[in-house]
Design a protein around this ligand. Structure first.
Ligand SMILES: Nc1nc2c(ncn2[C@@H]2O[C@H](COP(=O)(O)OP(=O)(O)OP(=O)(O)O)[C@@H](O)[C@H]2O)c(=O)[nH]1
Ligand SMILES: [Mg+2]
Length: 311
């Protein structure tokens, strides 16, 4: 069953892709089996993270970017990790019409991820969904997330190139700076450049990038008017330039190795803990009680738990 669907996915069957993505998101045995086969076939796609405040125009910008990438002959998978994304629902009519040409394009596949109920964490599930798109042969995979919390920063970890979208009109202090997500940017975008104060945000970002130099890479700042496709070609060029930079400098390989280590250790940690807890039974509750009553310190209690799991 699973291998049959995976085979059809690899042959380009979109319905098989949809099914496999559902399995992977559910985190069950089918998903795991599919990933076992698909993982060795992944690793070719360029993964782009697009993050920024709610309503900054991320989805609109992704739409504009995808149109440019399609003109350049690339196939694109989009993962929208945000329930309010126009890729799922809630778009104003204009946006929906603009998204239409994407949803009917066989070279584009859009997946909206449920943010709740993702087993093993949102970041881990997102990484698996990216792996499936990658193995399915997408040249580019774009992950859209609202830049607010830890999850978003972890998801940006999955990306080779992270684009942080800023907008004018958020007062003097930019929301993105507050959320501390500028640091993760390989490319900065000032979207809604048609609005007043765009220039002011642009200047503030320049001050920021002058202070924060990445070795060998000057973070470009690109003005866009996403709903008019303005700046999308420049953004695509900057992304391509960054891809060349990380490939030629060896950064890509280094990133892949670090990611491999993080993934291995994260999964192993979760599995070991799960194993230990299932063996320890009531001991966990007992130890929690004892720590609460200050009869035992957490470290000694953990030693007891590990000893019980091993016996
Ligand atoms: N004036 C102006 N409006 C824009 C621009 N880009 C997007 N918008 C509008 O901004 C609104 C929000 O755009 P979205 O693309 O849904 O923003 P988002 O960041 O994906 O929003 P969430 O996914 O909900 O966080 C829409 O009404 C867009 O039409 C722009 O460059 N200029
Ligand atoms: Mg969106």
């Amino acid at each position: 069953m699973v291998s049959d669907r995976v085979q059809r996915l690899l042959e380009g069957d979109r319905r098989a892709l949809t099914r496999v993505l559902t399995w992977v998101e559910n985190g069950g045995s089918e998903g795991r089996e599919a990933l076992r086969v698909l993982f060795p076939k992944s690793g070719r796609a360029h993964v782009i993270g697009v993050t920024g405040p709610t309503g900054s125009g991320k989805s609109t910008l992704v739409g504009a970017l995808v149109r440019v990438l399609r003109e350049r002959g690339k196939t694109v998978g989009i993962v929208a990790v945000d329930p309010t994304s126009p890729f799922s629902h809630g778009a104003i009519l204009g946006d929906r019409i603009r998204m239409q040409d994407l949803t009917t394009d066989p070279g584009v596949f859009i997946r909206s991820m449920a943010t709740r109920g993702a087993l093993g964490g949102l970041a881990a599930t997102t990484a698996d969904v990216v792996t499936v798109f990658d193995a399915a042969g997408m040249d580019v995979v774009i992950v859209e997330t609202v830049g607010a919390g830890q999850d978003e920063v972890e998801i940006a970890d999955t990306a080779h190139t992270t684009v942080v979208v800023n907008i004018p009109g958020a007062g003097d202090d930019m929301q993105a700076i507050k959320a501390g997500i500028l640091e993760i940017a390989d490319i900065l975008v000032v979207n809604k450049a048609d609005l007043p104060q765009a220039e002011s945000v642009f200047k503030q970002l320049h001050i920021f990038t002058d202070l924060q130099r990445q070795a060998g890479w000057d973070v470009p700042i690109i003005k866009t008017v996403a709903h008019k496709d303005e700046g999308a070609a420049e953004l695509a060029d900057a992304i391509e330039k960054h891809r060349e930079f990380i490939t030629d400098s060896g950064r890509l390989e280094e990133m892949s190795r670090q990611r491999a280590q993080r993934q291995l250790l994260a999964v192993a940690q979760a599995a070991l803990l799960e194993g230990a807890l299932s063996k320890a039974g009531d001991l966990v509750d007992e130890l929690v009680e004892q720590i609460t009553r200050r009869e035992i310190d957490p470290r000694t209690a953990a030693d007891k738990l590990i000893a019980a799991a091993k016996s």
